[in-house]
Design a protein around this ligand. Structure first.
Ligand code: 13P
Ligand code: SF4
Length: 307
């Protein structure tokens, strides 16, 4: 049976909804009920009234959905879909930091585990990080975890000094400054648009920096015609669909590899989506002792984003 038809049938039978991140494969984006960046997906998960939420993304995203909407069943097609940023901040090390620096206000990027969220004062995503840090208490030092690149970018934009956790995204650290410069010469007028998880040298040459949704919006709304896109290549699918006349060039990685594709995001496949709907698993569970403080930090983010 056609996989698309099978997924549609299972969605109806199970009263399920598919939430997908922009970094998913095109066919997964096409079966999704909602596609978004991390902030939009968190909001969609919180509002969902479906019995089953299938998260086509990575583990911390599915955990976030469960934290914000605990009465729904949340499934992730492949439990191995992790994240290098999340892995760079084990809860035990954050706990240790907090013990040694009890005065620090902890702002954590949403790309972290439920336990790390529970140890944080507030969460942020790449689309609201500046706004969140601007609202952090002025009389306390800040620890920004776990993405040092996003943290450095936010520090520059807000003027707030912060201690940066030494984490990074394996995908966003692969872009080649030299190859982007070469592309610019070959495509006069091309604009470089970059995700803030990219390294400082790439952000310095970017014409626009923003979350995946903000990059998509820029391509749709800008009068420019050619874009060199420095983020995970999955976003190009929606860019091509929503701005068909534009020329989109994925920023090349340093090596001759497909390193601009997230290996964790790409673990999800249509087959695994169908199986996850059928089995209603693997399901994500977060113990209440962790979920409650993690939900507080996430809810603070959602409240501060709307201010
Ligand atoms: P956004 O969804 O906030 O753009 O973040 C991208 C990302 O790396 C998700 O893992
Ligand atoms: Fe994590 Fe980077 Fe993959 Fe996003 S793209 S899930 S930050 S490893």
């Amino acid at each position: 049976m056609d996989l698309f038809a099978k997924i549609e049938r299972l969605k109806r039978e199970k009263n399920a909804v598919i939430l997908a991140h922009y970094y998913q494969d095109p066919d997964i984006q096409d079966v999704a009920d909602f596609i978004g960046d991390s902030l939009e997906l968190a909001r969609a998960a919180q509002k969902s009234t479906a019995d089953l939420i299938l998260f086509a993304g990575v583990h911390f995203m599915a955990e976030g959905a469960k934290i914000l909407n605990p009465t729904r069943k949340v499934v992730l097609p492949d439990l191995r879909a992790g994240c290098s940023l999340s892995d760079s901040c084990p809860p035990s090390r954050l706990r240790e930091f907090k013990k040694n620096h009890p005065d620090h206000f902890v702002v954590s990027y949403i790309n972290c585990s439920a336990e790390v969220k529970a140890l944080s004062d507030v969460i942020c995503t790449s689309s609201n990080a500046i706004r969140i840090v601007e609202q952090a208490p002025k009389d306390r030092p800040i620890l920004f975890a776990p993405d040092r690149n996003l943290g450095r970018f936010v520090m520059e934009k807000t003027g707030r000094d912060m201690t940066l956790w030494p984490g990074s995204c394996i995908v966003h650290e692969t872009f080649s400054e030299r190859k982007i410069a070469e592309l610019r010469v070959r495509h006069p007028g091309a604009k470089v648009i970059a995700h803030p998880e990219c390294e400082e040298n790439i952000l310095k040459l970017a014409d626009f920096i923003g979350s995946t949704s903000q990059l998509l919006k820029t391509v749709i709304e800008s009068e420019d015609e050619i874009f060199i896109v420095a983020t995970e290549a999955g976003i190009l699918h929606q860019m091509k669909k929503k701005a068909p006349g534009k020329t989109l060039i994925p920023a090349p990685p340093n090596q001759n590899c497909a390193c601009n594709e997230c290996p964790f995001m790409k673990l999800n496949t249509l087959e695994k989506l169908a199986q996850a709907l059928e089995n209603e698993g693997p399901a994500i569970d977060v113990p209440e002792a962790i979920r409650i403080p993690a939900a507080e930090a996430l809810q603070r983010m959602l409240d501060w984003s709307n201010k």
